[in-house]
Each structure stands twice: as C-alpha cells, then as structure tokens.
Design a protein around this ligand. Structure first.
Ligand SMILES: Cc1cc2nc3c(=O)[nH]c(=O)nc-3n(C[C@H](O)[C@H](O)[C@H](O)COP(=O)(O)OP(=O)(O)OC[C@H]3O[C@@H](n4cnc5c(N)ncnc54)[C@H](O)[C@@H]3O)c2cc1C
Length: 501
C-alpha cells in the first residue's frame, strides 16, 4: 500500500520528534525548515573557533528512569552513550554589597546554604525545600494526551497524580514575587522574585528547581546542536527526509482540508497531512492566513500583560583562560544598570567550560552574558533598529556587560574578545516566534495554563505541534506535543501507534 505523505513545517525539536514518530509508524515524512540548519531554538554554532551553545541550560529527562528520558531516547535525542553533565551548582548570586550564595543542585546543601544566609527564615526555608521535594515526584504522563485515554487509563493517572495536581494548581496561582514576601531575608526575596521574571508563577520555579535537584535536569555533553544532529540522523535512518532553507509561505487548503504547502520559492508540495511545528501564532496568522481563530491564542495574543513572553539580550565572550574552576552561572548585581527598555541591575554570566567535547581553542573558555526581558525589550530593540543604531547599540551593551565582568575578574583584562551579540530581534528573525520569544508565553500567576490539542475546528488533515500549545514552553513541551501530534495522526488513520520500527 502507498505510504501516506506528511509535510512537517518547522525543523525544531518538536517537528523532528513528530517526524521520527511518524516514520516509525509507516508514513512518508518530509520536514521543511526555513533556516539553513535545523534545530530552531535548540541550536549551537561556531564563531572565531569557538562553539556557542544557544539553548540548553537544563534538560528535563536526563535521569535514566524519568518518563521524558524514554521519549528523548525513542527519537534519538539521547542514548545511553550520551554523557550527561549534572551540575553541582545551578547558579551563584553575588549582590552589590558582596553578599554571595549558591543555588546548589543538592537540595540538602541548598537548604544549608540558605539557612546559613538567613537563620531568621529557617522555618520558611524548610517549607520551601519540602515543596521542592514534593515536586520531585511529579512526572507527567507523556504517553498519550488525556483526551485519547480510556476510562481505566484516566483513573490510573488520576489516582497516581491527584496529590500532585493539588500542589501544581495551588502554586500556579501564586507569583514568585508574592511568594518571596514570605521570607524576611532581602537576598532570598530578591533571588526568588528575580529568578526568572517576577510575575512567573511559583509552579514554574518549583518545577525547574525540582528537576535540577532530583538529578533530572542535567546537560547532555556535546550541547544543543549535538542533540538535533542525533535526531536528524535517526530521522534519516528511519527513511524520513529534511530540507533546510525551505521556507513555507502558506499552507494550502481545499474544501476544508490541508493538502500541502507552497514554499517561498513558489514550489508547491502536496501531502495527505500537514503538521505546523513552527511557533503556533506564525502558523495561524501567516501560514493559514488568519482564517482560523483559536480562542486560546486570540486571548493570549491580545493581552501581553497576562501572557508576556520571555527573551534574552546576550553577549558572548571568548576568554583566553581556562575558567573551569569558576561558577557555572554567576549572577552579578550592579548599582550601575544595563539600560534597555528598563534598568537591569543584574547580569548572568554562564561559563561553558563544563563541556570539553565542543570546539574551543586550547586553554580558552566561552562565557555568555545575559539580561532577560519581555515584549517591551523586543519593542525597545526594534526602535533602536528602526533608528539605524542597532549595530552600535549592540556593541555598547556588550561592552557594558564586559566591564561589569571585569570588575569581578580584573585579571582577565585584555584576555576577552566579544564574539557575538544576540538580541530578541535575532530570535524573532530566526524562529518566526512572537516578540523574540524562544519559550512561548510565560506562565504568570494570573494567566491560564495552555493546553491545546493542536486540532483546528473546520480544518482536516492538519495539526499543530510545538512548545506554543503546551504550558510555558521549553524542550519537554516541544517533544511531548511532537509525540502527541504523531499519535493523533495515527489515531485518525486507524494506525496502531508504535515507538520503534
Ligand atoms: C537561550 C535559550 C535557552 C534555552 N534554555 C532551555 C533550557 O535550558 N531547557 C529547555 O527545556 N528549553 C530551553 N530553551 C527553549 C527551547 O529551545 C525551546 O523550547 C524548544 O527548542 C522549542 O522547540 P519547538 O520545536 O517547539 O520550536 P522552535 O524551536 O521555535 O522550532 C520551530 C521551527 O520552525 C521553523 N520555521 C518557522 N517558520 C517557518 C516557515 N515559515 N517555514 C519553515 N520553517 C519555519 C523555525 O525556523 C524553527 O526551526 C532555550 C531556548 C533558548 C533560545
């Protein structure tokens, strides 16, 4: 029998996951990626002889017994041969007055560090660590979406996760800034409220700390690019095809069914199914011509206060010294702010010397300096670009970040070269996301959590996958939605879903 043809638009982690599962289930798969290399937000590249990792700080699913690990292994992202770097220190904070503490990946050590810093908060610190430990147990079911489960499967999930849902739902309604007020110590307050963004809900922070402190948030050695290369290798072994530099202009629809795509080059490709693994707003607004309105997206796109995005402005340093004894991630506070859309009083310096397998001249270290931002940061950079000063401003901001770093590490004077600068405009151009977001909408305490099936009423032969349709983004939602999209296609075609050939 002739294989059914599926076109997957977008060669990020989600698109590749969908592709690999569909190949395992007998489909003829073609991935179309607009960029010259696949991977989307999960990427790494080279500059002046150095590998620059553009993504993974922590990956859920690195512990051998975790559910997500199974998914990563099935699609080729991880295997028993891939070494995992399990960070000891998640990050170190250094405040303006010199006060320093480290967020350790060992929960008992973290508790000890916090109590030593703030004995006045001992009771609250213990409660906080207990809450993190509570989240260690949360291992969301990723085999199939809830709406495809039968009663017995639903009951099993309900029984094993009822307690977890209580804590997830309770902490998702509290903002990090609000929770931080429970502590008397100003440094702990500032840490928690500025851990990512003050309106992030507590659940997101607990989820992150729980994975890292339970050993399920390590970093695969070889970096983000190696993960994607392995997924592509698996795709080819399974008989699938990927075309890069193949930007899709529109998804073609006939009589309520997606029938293929038209590329920017004008080429028309036909298929039985189309999966849009691009950022979903791009798929809905541009590729489908804004003809199908999904309330969950309309609500989010029209309310950026409740549903902001998260983005970075980053300068990359090539340092002629081996810094493997320095902290993995050093958040340095300053009285002299880095001013973008607002004054930023802290810069995070991330040291990549943990990975000795990537390209790097001997005795050198790559450090990335980052300030985070939101939609306003994107608009600020857009104005800078429109006024014709983009290049100078990037250089000026990178120099300021470098000056702050040199205040802490004066012996590195003359040894540092700025080799790249990344702004929200870079992410926007590269991904077709929203306002430079690389991680979908932020999950604030006052917003609703995102869970979209990927189907569009009135449009057959089409499905969305990707981080934008599940919670607050990241690699696990990219992988999970990729798997679910493949399952839904198999279900519609009455194909029994398999996870190997
Ligand atoms: C600096 C940084 C740090 C991060 N850290 C982490 C981390 O530590 N842990 C974690 O879990 N996640 C992290 N992430 C987030 C993670 O990278 C993303 O969540 C994930 O890669 C999203 O995958 P995706 O496939 O859903 O979407 P994307 O990666 O956005 O993929 C979409 C793809 O569609 C392509 N595309 C868009 N439009 C078209 C078109 N018209 N035609 C053809 N192709 C198109 C894009 O080029 C892209 O390749 C980080 C991201 C960044 C940038």
């Amino acid at each position: 029998m002739k294989k059914k043809k599926v076109i997957i638009v977008g060669g990020g982690v989600s698109g590749l996951t969908t592709a690999n599962y569909l190949c395992m289930n007998g489909y003829d798969v073609l991935v179309l990626e607009k960029n010259a290399v696949a991977g989307g937000a999960c990427i790494g590249w080279e500059r002046r002889g150095c590998y620059i990792d553009g993504c993974i700080h922590w990956l859920v699913g690195t512990r051998p017994d975790s559910t997500t690990r199974k998914l990563w292994e099935e699609v080729g992202a991880l295997s028993s041969e891939v070494k995992i770097f399990n960070q000891e220190d998640f990050y170190t904070l250094e405040f303006e007055d010199g006060t320093t503490f480290t967020v350790w990946a060992d929960l008992e050590r973290l508790k000890g560090e916090l109590v030593a810093l703030a004995p006045e908060d001992e009771k609250q610190i213990k409660k906080f660590c207990k809450l993190i430990r509570r989240f260690h147990k949360i291992d969301a079911p990723i085999n199939k979406p809830a709406d495809m489960m039968n009663i017995a499967e639903l009951m099993k999930v309900g029984l094993t996760m009822a307690g977890d849902y209580y804590y997830v739902s309770k902490t998702s309604k509290i903002s990090c800034a609000e929770y931080a007020k429970k502590f008397k110590n100003q440094y702990i307050r500032r840490w928690l409220s500025e851990h990512m963004s003050s309106d992030y809900n507590l659940m997101s922070t607990l989820y992150m700390l729980a994975h890292v402190t339970s050993g399920d948030g390590g970093i695969p050695v070889g970096g983000s690019k190696a993960i994607v290369d392995r997924m592509i290798k698996r795709l080819r072994e399974l008989g699938g095809e990927i075309r890069c530099s193949a930007e899709v202009e529109r998804i073609n629809v006939e009589d309520g069914r997606a029938v293929g795509v038209t590329l920017k080059s004008g080429e028309v490709l036909k298929s039985d199914w189309v999966v849009a693994s691009t950022p979903s707003p791009h798929a809905l607004k541009k590729l489908l011509g804004d003809k199908y309105k999904l309330k969950k997206f309309e609500d989010r796109l029209s309310d950026r206060k409740t549903y902001p995005i998260y983005t970075y402005t980053t300068a990359v340093f090539k340092i002629a010294e081996d810094l493997s004894d320095s902290p993995l991630s050093h958040k340095i506070y300053t009285k002299d702010p880095i001013t973008l859309d607002k004054d930023n009083f802290a810069v995070v310096y991330r040291n990549y010397s943990y990975d000795q397998t990537v390209k790097l001249p001997e005795g050198h270290t790559v450090v990335q300096a980052t300030v985070s931002g939101n939609d306003d940061t994107y608009f600020w950079w857009e104005n800078v670009k429109n006024s014709g000063h983009y290049k100078e401003k990037k250089a000026e901001i990178a120099e300021k970040m470098l000056a702050l770093y040199l205040e802490k590490y004066p012996h590195l004077e003359g040894k540092i070269e700025i080799i790249d600068v990344i702004t929200p405009l870079t992410y926007q151009r590269y991904l077709n996301g929203r306002h430079g977001s690389f991680q979908a909408f932020v999950q604030t305490s006052h917003g609703k959590s995102m869970m979209q099936k990927g189907k569009i009423p009135g449009l057959d032969g089409f499905i969305l996958s990707g981080q934008w349709i599940l919670q607050s983004g990241g690699l696990p939602p990219a992988g999970i939605t990729g798997r679910f999209a493949a399952r839904r296609i198999c279900h519609a075609d009455k194909v029994k879903f398999k996870t190997s050939i």
